[in-house]
Structure formats: C-alpha cells, structure tokens
Design a protein around this ligand. Sequence first.
Ligand SMILES: [Zn+2]
Ligand SMILES: [Zn+2]
Length: 337
Amino acid sequence: MKTVLLRKPGEIEIGELEAATRLESQILIKVKSAGVCGSDIGAYKGVNPLVSYPRVIGHEIAGEVAEVAVDETEFKLGDRVIIEPYIYCGQCYPCSIGHTNCCENLTVRGVHVDGGMAEYVSHPRHLLHKVPDGIPWPQVPMAEPLVIAMHAIKQAETKAGQHVVVTGSGPIGLLAAQYALTLGAIPIVVDPVDERLALARSLGIRHTINPSSGDAVAEILGITQGRMAEAVIEASGAAPAIRGAVDYVSYAGHIALVGWPKSDIPMPTALFTKKELTVRGSRNSVGQFPESLRLIAEGKINVEALLTKIVSLDETPATVADIAAHPENYLKVICVL
Ligand SMILES: [Zn+2]
Ligand SMILES: [Zn+2]
C-alpha cells in the first residue's frame, strides 16, 4: 500500500509498504482523509526526539471500516470513523486516575509507531469514534486538533461570561477561541500576524490584538475593564507569548499551556504567588471526541475556514516539505485519498 514515509529527517516520499492487516482487538480502516499536523512537520524537520525513522506520519486520520473481528457488534463495514491516536497503557499512575491523555507510556501514531497517512491502518477498536454523516471527509480530521483545543479550554476552567485570552492563532488557537464562543466566553486572540487576526475576526472573534504593533496588556485591560482575562490559553509555544500569559491573566486566573516551547522559558514565579494563579499543562485530550464531532457536524465550529489546501496522497510529501520551508503560508493541510 502507498504511505507517506519519512526515510529520515528531511527525506519524505511515497513509500510502498506491505498492506496493513487487522491486528487483535483492532479494526482495519480504509483511510479517506488525514490532517497534516505541526508534529508531522516536526518529525520531518527532525526536531522531535520522540520520533524514530523510518516512520509513516499522520495521526489525524479518518476513514471507513474495512475489516472487523467476527464477533464485532458495534462497528460494521463502511462505517465512517476517526481514530483517537493516543494509545495509552491503562496501567500507569495517570491512567489509573483517568488521565490517559498523559499516560507515562503513551504511544502516538506517526511518532512512536507508524501513522495513518497510508491507504489502510489498523487501530484499537476502543479508540475509534463514529463520524456523523454530514461532515465532509476533508473536515473530519479536524476533530482531532479540536479536542486538543477543547481540553485546553477545560484545563483553564473557562466559564461563560469570562474573558479568555488565546495566544497563538494557529489551528489550535483558532479552534480554542471558537470553542470558547460556544461556551459563552469572550475570546481575545493575541498573535503577531495580522492576516491570522483577520481570519479570527471573520470567525466571529471580536477581540484580536497584535502584540508587536500594540500594547497587549493595555488593550486587554481595556477590554476586560481592568480585570484582565480570567483564563489564558497559550497555544503558540513561543517564549514571548508564554511570558505574556502571566501578564494577560487576572488575579486568581487560570493559564493552560498547550503549545510546546522549544526550550526552557524563565518565568516570574513571584507573580504566580502574588496573583494566586492556577497554571496547568494541557496535553492531548480525554473523552472529548464525541462532542468535538457533534460541534463540527452542527456547524458550531467552523473548521472549513482553517483549511489552506486539500491535497492527494501523492502530493503530500512535497507539500510537507513546502510547509516546513514556508510555514507562514499554511494553516491546515488535509490529504484526501
Ligand atoms: Zn495533530
Ligand atoms: Zn498509562
């Protein structure tokens, strides 16, 4: 079968591998669409130490059920599904308290094991979710970044009526801001790229701030009438944004860190104490796929506006290389089969 294969960092091609077969307790899926994620680009660039090579990329994978066990009752051939790509061990401490999203032995498709940018993939049946009929294939993989965004909003305990600053307007940030709207919260998107802020406004996000051309703290102070934001979602991984979160958040506020910084960031921890902040990490998601798919199906979250380009499997290797070279030209790319 055809796959999008990373031979080694910087070397990506269509690789012909032996066709995937259904494994024990798993379901075989004929892949229909796959999202290219920042982590796939990281794997291509060789900056993710968790990735081993050669490696088939892709963890945002949707398709049709192609083969099930003989005693399968829930899934049948042709069912539309999306995979939950975080395969947890079920044994470690975080798994034992239900935090399977940060399992100590987490295995992620396209990182630790081969991903789903391939004609077929076999995946644990308990990590599959049925997809409502109305969602076109290119939009289905967006349910994965959406659960990441939803989890971050939850980690920051965002409530209706609260202001939530979202730093970074990549796919996760724009999805988090849209999800905040569905909860009745008031998102404020902070990003140094004006075109991204314009896109955010076109999605119904009234407040956007460019911190390189304006005074973000002063603007947030004005929008929140002196309180600052009760919640901050840091979705960029950029050092100035992570540092900025401590200034953007209110006293007794919550910060969720979902972006992955490239190095350690010095922080004014005295402000954590002074403001009595709750600062939480936010990794993957747990139990949020059904709601994510419902929000997309009902049109409550516009994922189509985030799609820069839809490409074929054959076009994907060159596109991944181009995204790595010119990340500013892309928001989200979907590969359809
Ligand atoms: Zn992803
Ligand atoms: Zn575990």
